[in-house]
Write a protein that binds this ligand. Sequence first.
Ligand code: ZN
Length: 366
Amino acid sequence: MRDASRDPADLAAATERSQDLVEQWLRGEAKPQTGDLRKIAKLVGRSIHFFFLPAPPSSARPTAEFRTAITGEASSPSQELLEVRFARNVQKIATWSASEVRFGRPQLPAASDDFHVVARQFRAALNWSVLDQRTAAKSSKTAVFRSLREKVEDLGIVVLLRNAGTGNCRGFSLPDSSVPVIYINAAYDLPTLRTYTLLHEMAHVIRGDKEICHDSDTPLERWCDKFAAAVLLPEHDLKQYLSRESFRRKHPDLDSDLDAVRLISNRYGASWSAVAIRLKELGLASQRLVHLVETSRGEFQEPKNTFSTVRQTVSRKRAAEFGYTYPRLILDALDSRRLSPLDASKYLRAPGPELHNIAVQVGRSA
Ligand SMILES: [Zn+2]
């Protein structure tokens, strides 16, 4: 209960029992029934088997270090903690698989104070050309997110996209020399926001910060935002675009021009906020524009393409949730017989026959 930030009242609500009875369970004076146990297990995010272990696991609670960051920030701290624990487990399994199949360590730029330099080096490591980015942006902003995520995962980083609840963190980072994990909260459904969060968390991974990111205004958070904006909006290409005669004529003063922000956002698939921050850092606008973007929330009023005609199969859902790196590691471990099909199914939360479909989905012939 402590680990999941739950109290007796939560258990009583989940099991539809009186709090008195729950207190009796806790004192060992009464026993919950199987149905109760199932509901409790679901509430605290554990399997039923967990409760039949001879003793609780002795390792330190992995979520403890995040607790202070979550308390008072998240609208539902227990949901956030469950997601942190989920990501930790993924990282544990991925790290084990990586060591079994001799997976290379990600090559990341060294951290330094100058976000311009780190962003440039990171962009080079990604091997993501501006042309690729702009071509994706022409198709959709979701395509930019997908393209960038794939590039980041190609570096050997696990990128999870799961629902951690509205009003909770945008994302968090679990750096590691073997398999770093980035978590993006899918409750924020604007694709540009996901792209921005992905790069923001990437900054934390490069710096080695274990960080859970709510929208707080600290120098560290701002540094990561500036890094993200710099990766998304390469200086040379951006300046070339802005210096075009036709652009300059229509947009003489960028500092109060939300239409210019919209155009730049569309060109690169970057969020409006990223555009404003970038223009400010390059000395082309002031804090006024950053503030204007924040208060107008114009991007949220843009028409959204919410309809997807793609049928949601288990394998597609898992690929969206787990990305590429994690399933590939599991499938490699399965191929080299380090892992049983049963365990692979469990780790990918997919019944046996779906493993093949997931392999196809993540671009691996099974
Ligand atoms: Zn952050």
